[in-house]
Design a binder for this molecule. Sequence first.
Ligand code: ATP
Ligand code: MG
Length: 360
Amino acid sequence: MNFRNVDFADIPLGELSIWVCGANAQGKTNLLEALGLLSAARSFRTQKLSSLVRFGQNSAKIIFGVEREGSGESEIEMTIGPAGRKISVDGEEMKKLGDYIGKFPAVAMCSDDIKILRGSPENRRRDLDIFISSLDSEYFSALRKYHSCLAQRNALLKDARNGEDLFLPFERQMAEAAEILERKRAEFLSLLSEIASKKYSALAGENGDSASICLKSSCGAPDAATFLAMLKSGRAEDFSFRSTLKGPHRDDFAIHIDSKDARLYASEGQQRSAVLAIKLAQFQIFKEKSGISPALLCDDILGELDSMRREAFWKCVDAETQVVATSTCPPPSTSQGRKWKSIFVSGGGFSQEAPGERIL
Ligand code: ATP
Ligand code: MG
């Protein structure tokens, strides 16, 4: 209710394969964004939660009825208002976000994911951090600690009179956290690279090209002691830039297709395929490590691919995974045996009948 351009809607999404179809600017992504909120309690397209509230309204409310194998039915109520976001599960308010996230997992794939390839290192780091954090609470804690100490250290760098005694407590904590972040990033990227390369080959077809991902660490420190020494010796230079120049907050990773930097040489279809391969790999790793099969939310992601790659994409998605996909076109006749149930969107309204079929 009052969510983006949706005044009120009651949308049945019980099927395994749902195809949300409509012209541009009707509300397809808005529906997927609402479903993404159920999983992550944040939007996959904006960090500004207030933009989810319908223009002219005070708050938005979404109620999800979820049925999960083994754990029965739950009702989740999410309110987004001036005071932020409030979530309750079966009437019980979730005070800590950490207790909620991961309960109803979904992986969202959208056209903005191309930023993983074409965007800044920050885009890549953010995606990787969110992915690893969703599976590893130690990583999430280390990330929070690192960033809070980094902010303190950067504040100290604004005044050249600040000395060693002020820096050391923060630098020690940063070094401990950095060791965890670097080790886990390397582990996850190696796994991600291995699986994403296979997914890419599956998308590209038998005679297609191959892809690989590799991490470029700006930190270069194998352990906490080396990183601490690096922070100390880099302080003079950091003072002149008033900012910490090296560390996990500057890491990046590169995506190669046929050993060439995909950003510089890959075609549109190859770039899109590489990003889909990474997202499919994240999906598989999440499923294997958590033992839970997330839902897949696909926001008009296959538009730039040829029919062979589109069909190959559906081959990469297990038959038992629930998929909600959006498109301006009708569902494909073949998607590895999936029987799509269509939902039609127009002006923020949702119907199970095509506009022409509607009986007024
Ligand atoms: P496309 O095919 O172009 O991606 P879409 O169907 O996915 O279109 P949405 O992104 O869901 O479109 O947006 C539908 C409409 O919702 C747009 O016209 C947008 O301007 C509008 N909209 C976005 N935020 C709000 C809001 N807070 N209040 C009211 N309307 C909004
Ligand atoms: Mg859209």
